[in-house]
Design a protein around this ligand. Structure first.
Ligand code: C2O
Ligand code: CU
Length: 464
């Protein structure tokens, strides 16, 4: 075998290296790899077999990516999967070319190939990263992980805890993910729900805590379609941020809190359960309660609770001063089971329900199924848009806008908190406003990934 020294001289590498400026060498060495690969992991409790997942670093969820606000996220994505893939940085207002949407902002990265992601983490907050090529399959197989951008001055909490909530559809006999990603019933109903629910990839996530300890809980709904309705027990505190964006003043955590797929919240909670008790993050499902994460209490961090927290420092607010003469847009959702969609336009021509169904297409935005040649809207840089989103179906949907956050207008027109994903229930209608302040081609789709795959996908273009 060649030693390193003899390899260098044999290949003439020494000379070539010395000719390169030192900075180029350093930059190359600094880029961390994000390797997507198949791997067997103990996802289910230990009495079950290992599960083969597709994961970043072979793990599901993938390792937390964590940077400081203002830093760049630089990763060499290495695709060791058997299928093409790409990486989307959900919620980051970053450069369009780095948004990771295959077919819109880049080509999918083929097996064995690489792609250099390099994007600015402008906003501090709780984000996540996931595959954006055949996402309904790839995210369900495990290709997602938390992405945390830290504030320059750490907020006053004792612990910072990320909780990725997810569900998996697993055959309990074999322990393997069922490969039914295109099942028409899931596509046309509420999406592909799992039968195994996890927190950070564990069935029974537990974190020992102390009484009066203050935790920052960063909760991410990473599931393909499940809504998580959550409540606290033995924990009390404040809602600090939605979808990575701080609220101007901390709000008491509501009794129940529902997160649609893709949505996040940051909570600051104090452990108020007594020593020896267990504090809980609970999940409510069809009016039954389940433990989503448990926090056994031993010892005490202090004699009393801390005072109420200061708000998190705000991220750059979009400029909505042009709201009075905003571009008026409308997004009408139709289709799905019991939706009575007779026909819609798919790939440029009108199709009846039968033809659509044969092609696994069940949903439409404004009568258009799936990606179109022309965007839903073309906005000029800085323009403000006001969009009515009408859910004319009998299912909930979670509309995610890439590249920009929006505000939901209350009935009286007051703008609500900044969000990147809108949960809309059957028959609901919302008005959202956003500033088209990020140039490029931005995906806008339902984050119930089976719905995105079967029609609920469009895009918005912001031109310079
Ligand atoms: Cu979280 Cu278009 O995705
Ligand atoms: Cu949907």
């Amino acid at each position: 075998m060649l030693s390193r020294r003899s390899f260098l001289s044999a290949s003439g590498g020494t000379v070539a290296l010395m000719a390169l400026p030192a900075t180029a060498i350093r930059a190359e060495a600094a880029v961390a790899k994000l390797i997507a690969r198949e791997n067997a992991v103990q996802l289910l409790p230990s009495s079950y077999p290992e599960t083969t997942v597709w994961g970043y670093g072979g793990q599901a969820p993938g390792a937390e990516i964590r940077v400081l606000q203002g830093d760049r996220i630089q990763r060499q994505f290495v695709n060791q999967l058997p299928k093409a893939s790409s990486v989307h940085w959900h919620g980051l207002r970053a450069e369009n070319a780095m948004d990771g949407v295959s077919g819109l902002t880049q080509d999918a990265v083929l097996p064995g190939e690489n792609f250099e992601y390099d994007l600015l983490a402008e906003d501090a907050g709780t984000f996540w990263y996931h595959s954006h090529n055949r996402s309904a399959e790839q995210v369900a197989r495990g290709l997602h992980g938390p992405l945390i951008v830290d504030e320059p001055a750490p907020p006053d909490v004792d612990r910072d805890v990320t909780l990725m909530l997810d569900d998996w559809r697993i055959d309990p006999e074999t322990g393997q993910i069922t490969l039914d990603f295109d099942a028409p019933h899931d596509l046309s109903h509420g999406g592909r729900l799992g039968n195994f629910i996890s927190t950070n990839g564990e069935a029974a996530y537990q974190l020992p805590v102390k009484r009066n300890e203050r935790l920052r809980l960063r909760i991410v709904n990473a599931a393909n379609a499940r809504l998580f309705t959550l409540g606290l027990q033995g924990l009390d505190g404040w809602l600090m941020a939605y979808d990575g964006m701080p609220v101007p003043s901390p709000e008491p955590v509501p009794e129940t809190l529902t997160l649609g797929p893709g949505q996040r919240v940051d909570l600051f909670v104090d452990v108020i359960a007594e020593e020896g008790e267990e504090a809980l993050l609970g999940r409510i499902d069809q009016s039954k309660g389940y433990v989503q994460a448990s926090f056994p209490v031993s010892g005490s961090a202090s004699a009393n609770r801390r005072p109420a927290p200061a708000p998190l420092p705000p991220n750059r607010a979009p400029d909505l001063t042009g709201l009075a003469d905003a571009a008026i847009l409308r997004l009408e959702m139709s289709g799905g089971a019991m939706g009575g969609m007779r026909e819609a336009i798919w790939k440029g021509s009108s199709r009846n329900a039968g033809e659509l169904m044969e092609n696994g297409q069940f949903w439409a935005f404004n009568g258009l199924v799936g990606m179109t040649e022309t965007p839903l809207a073309r906005l000029s840089l800085g323009q403000v848009a006001r969009m009515t989103v009408v859910n004319g179906t009998v299912f909930p949907h979670a509309m995610h806008l890439h590249g920009m956050h929006f505000r939901v207008l209350a009935k009286d027109g007051t703008p609500g908190p900044l969000r990147d994903t809108l949960l809309t229930l059957r028959g609901e209608s919302h008005e959202i406003v956003f500033a088209a302040d990020n140039p490029g081609r931005w995906a806008f789709h339902c984050h119930m990934l089976s719905h995105a795959a079967s029609g609920m996908m469009t895009w918005i273009e912001v031109t310079r």
